[in-house]
Design a binder for this molecule. Structure first.
Ligand code: ARG
Length: 343
């Protein structure tokens, strides 16, 4: 079990056409997940073992239910090759969403299941009017009206209470959608790592987003992608790199020579890596910050998703079980939790 803060600040609103009046509510929870929280991976494994002993049809059904990280429209990634990227193919990153305010893209995010999207905390400051936020999935060209596109409102925005505006630690937010997404060739959930050790099986890694292609440059209309290497923390935190400011909840990615990186507007979006044995993509990082963009020895820094598996599950469980209560005054406290950083 990881030791990051599990406390969350929940901003809960009801929005969208079915709820014209905004229900302004917030909730605060300071409890930790139960020590004996069920480990879904073990449960699934146990279920598979059990199923194996009775009938293969059950195994097939169970496997189908585990679908994530797959790209129905593309073959497995070859060794082919955002700053330094190129246009993504149709259906290349079906979990990538554009988070928009008043129809204007401002951050990325990743679909983790039909009702939840994972993004970055710093994307949501100053505190947004949640009823003006939209999540757009299945889109590749932002200005186009694509048939594959699905647009959803945001029912709840949950910020990781451990976010630190100075260190950018715990830069994560969860968005609950007003209506579930329907999975298609263009809209799919990404897989989540349940433990840090699972990062070991990952090979090819990619970043994607609609952010700027140069530092302080112009944002793009067509989703960009680039292959990157995961950079070990010992390297990234060296004195002539980030000089010790990074924490173990972060992951650096880029290439040693610079030139390939995420940039402004890519925040919240995925750093995704392919597991060849399982033929799936896993969400390894959430785009968080960097010094400049694509500079030598200053790669992109990502929130290391494997460290937050229990926070992600716990948050959803809390919301599903209705633990979130209405305490609007705590919204004010929330304003200080997360600050927009121009990095
Ligand atoms: N903070 C930026 C954003 O809000 C992301 C910056 C990523 N920077 C980098 N050099 N990789 O979009």
């Amino acid at each position: 079990m990881v030791t990051i803060p599990h406390t969350t600040m929940t901003l809960a609103y009801v929005t969208g056409p079915t709820a014209p009046s905004r229900l302004f509510s917030g909730s605060w929870s300071l409890s930790h997940p139960p020590a004996a929280q069920l480990d879904m991976a073990s449960l699934r494994f146990a279920f598979l073992l059990l199923s194996l002993s009775c009938c293969p049809a059950v195994v097939w059904t169970a496997t189908q239910n585990l679908t994530c990280g797959q790209r129905p429209l593309l073959d497995s990634p070859g060794a082919s090759r955002v700053v330094g990227g190129h246009d993504a193919e149709v259906g290349a990153w079906p979990w990538q969403v554009s988070i928009q305010k008043d129809s204007r893209h401002f951050c990325g995010g990743s679909i983790i299941n039909s009702k939840w999207v994972l993004s970055a905390c710093h994307c949501f400051y100053p505190m947004p009017v949640v009823s003006r936020l939209w999540v757009v999935a299945g889109q590749r060209v932002l200005s186009a009206s694509e048939d594959s596109s699905q647009r959803r409102g945001v029912r709840r925005l949950v910020l990781n209470k451990g976010y630190n505006k100075v260190t950018h630690d715990n830069d994560l937010a969860l968005l609950q959608l007003t209506e579930p997404l329907s999975f298609s060739l263009y809209v799919q959930p990404v897989c989540l790592l349940t433990r840090e050790e699972e990062e070991a099986g990952l090979e090819l890694c990619f970043i994607s987003g609609w952010g700027t292609t140069t530092y302080k440059g112009m944002a793009v209309d067509v989703l960009q992608e680039a292959e990157v290497q995961l950079i070990p923390m010992e390297t990234c935190n060296q004195w002539d790199w980030y000089g010790g400011i990074l924490t173990q909840h972060m992951q650096c990615a880029g290439n040693e020579a610079g030139g390939i990186d995420t940039c402004q507007g890519d925040s919240g979006g995925p750093l995704q890596c392919y597991n060849e044995d399982l033929d799936r993509f896993y969400l390894v990082g959430v785009t968080s910050f960097g010094e400049g963009c694509a500079s030598v020895n200053r790669p992109g820094v990502y929130a290391r998703v494997s460290r937050y598996y229990s926070w992600v599950q716990y948050t959803q469980d809390q919301v599903r079980s209705g633990v979130a209560s209405i305490q609007p005054w705590l919204l004010l406290t929330g304003l200080t939790l997360c600050t927009m950083v121009q990095l």
